[in-house]
Design a protein around this ligand. Structure first.
Ligand code: FAD
Length: 429
């Protein structure tokens, strides 16, 4: 049995700690924030407990279902038929099935066929290693042509990744398409899921199980340094003291590792520093009126500065019947827009929503919230796999991962669970 310190009580850290305890280790979990859950945590939105950032589950999220079963919660999943829209040049179109594609007015028949074929193949393939060194733009243009890229994709990637837009791995984009594309009841019907009560249900169940099994969950206890001696980890220092350890599992976002790894070899730190991340400003509105019937609407309209709206209550209804809409603004932190005020973002989102559905009035707004996260999305360029250091580092007993370590999969609860559990399993090895 080892003395294990896990850094970060997001989903990955919680899953690692939970598994390590099951395997008989002594576990302490250190979390910088005042509550567990990380990106998956809820907040009190005017009396409604809901995720700070929208969270949906796909049918391929097996690690989530396995963990729920282990926690005795196999009945916690709820599934709902959902739909998608594309708002293009002032009009909303249904999207996401072959008939919607045929009716879409902005592409000719050949382009529609090429696009449909790429989506079909992307959903069917289990691996696509040839995409590792290709960027998304080149991949889409090669399969579907320049018009499809320009009309459907360019603005979405520009608004999400800004200066990195032309340098996003095609393998990463393919894995995203595949995950959502496989979450269907039939060719014509998308089906997405949620955990009853939201992702906080899972966070709470893990935290309770960890403490019940004798693990310690220390909140407001940021790790400041991993202590290393003779190439082996010996503990973790926080502002409140030292935690001796035989093994350390870090799930802290890699951009925050710099000072934590002051005692690690220089070469290791440099590899984490090479990984880029962008932030997100996420506007959440509670409204008296629905905006569209769709869960997700992509927006490709030069007049609108947002890339999409997620009408979350078209997946999980609010008990009191209101509409909740999320609008994410992703951007590198050096983007001047990061410094805009929350009110600025809310006003802009309301204008955009009124352009999509003019029936929505300012008086329909019941509550607003703006969540900000500095390290929200890893940027994965072509060849990203080779950039990643091994999870089991050259320092004996030290494992390090965050959401980019399950590339080509995008960040997601299921993959964070899988990797957290894998790291715990490696403790015994
Ligand atoms: C806008 C948005 C939308 C998303 N939508 C979905 C979705 O629909 N479906 C889905 O499955 N996933 C979604 N995700 C992704 C999902 O939330 C993440 O993949 C998952 O929660 C990551 O968990 P993690 O533990 O790996 O990382 P994190 O949640 O980042 O956890 C890291 C933890 O480390 C802590 N920490 C930082 N510094 C220190 C320190 N020095 N010492 C100790 N602790 C520290 C942090 O406070 C945090 O709690 C979304 C994420 C975002 C941002």
């Amino acid at each position: 049995m080892s003395k294990v310190v896990v850094l970060g009580a997001g989903i990955m850290g919680l899953a690692a700690a939970h598994r390590a305890l099951t395997l008989g280790h002594e576990v302490t979990l250190l979390e910088a924030a005042s509550e567990p859950g990380g990106m998956a945590a809820h907040f009190d939105f005017d009396g409604l407990s809901i995720e700070r950032f929208y969270h949906f589950v796909c049918k391929s999220d097996t690690p989530t279902f396995d963990l729920l079963a282990e926690l005795g919660m196999d009945d916690a999943m709820r599934w709902r038929s959902t739909s998608m829209g594309y708002f293009v040049e002032g009009a909303l179109h249904k999207w996401g099935d072959p008939f919607a594609l045929l009716r879409f007015p902005h592409l000719n028949l050949v382009d529609k066929f090429r696009y449909g074929l790429l989506m079909f193949i992307s959903t069917r393939r289990d691996a696509w290693p040839a995409l590792e060194d290709v960027n998304t733009r080149a991949w889409i243009e090669a399969w579907c042509g320049k018009t499809v890229y320009a009309k459907l994709w360019k603005r979405l990637l520009d608004l999400k990744f800004h200066e990195y837009a032309d340098d996003i791995s095609a393998q990463w984009t393919w894995a995203r398409i595949r995950r959502v594309g496989r979450s269907r009841k039939s060719l014509l019907q998308e089906e997405l899921g949620y955990i009853e009560g939201g992702s906080q249900t899972l966070v709470d169940a893990l935290t309770t199980s960890i403490t019940k099994s004798g693990g310690a969950v220390k909140l407001r206890e940021p790790a400041a340094r991993v202590l290393i001696s003779d190439g082996k980890v010996i503990g973790v220092r926080t502002p409140n003291g030292d935690y001796p350890a035989d093994a350390v599992v870090s799930t802290v976002p890699t951009p925050l590792l710099g000072s934590l790894l002051a005692e690690a070899p220089d070469g290791l730190r440099t590899r984490y520093e090479a990984i880029q991340n962008i932030g997100v400003v996420c506007v959440v509105l509670k409204l008296r009126r629905s905006v569209t019937p769709h869960f997700w609407v992509n927006i490709v309209d030069p007049a609108l500065p947002i890339l999409g709206i997620i009408e979350f209550t078209n997946l999980r209804q609010a008990p009191t019947g209101e509409t909740v809409v999320y609008v994410p603004y992703y951007m590198p932190l050096q983007n001047p827009a990061w410094r805009r005020t929350n009110d600025d973002f809310v006003d802009e989102v309301l204008e955009a929503i009124r352009a999509i559905n003019p029936a929505v009035q300012r008086g329909d707004v019941i509550a607003t919230y703006v969540g900000r996260l500095k390290h929200a999305q890893p940027v994965c360029p072509p060849g990203f796999k080779a950039l990643l250091p091994p999870v089991q580092t050259e320092v004996c007993g030290l494992q390090i991962a965050d959401t980019c370590f399950y590339y080509p999969e995008d960040r997601g609860v299921a993959e964070s669970i899988r990797l957290g559990r894998d790291m715990a399993a490696h403790l015994s090895a």
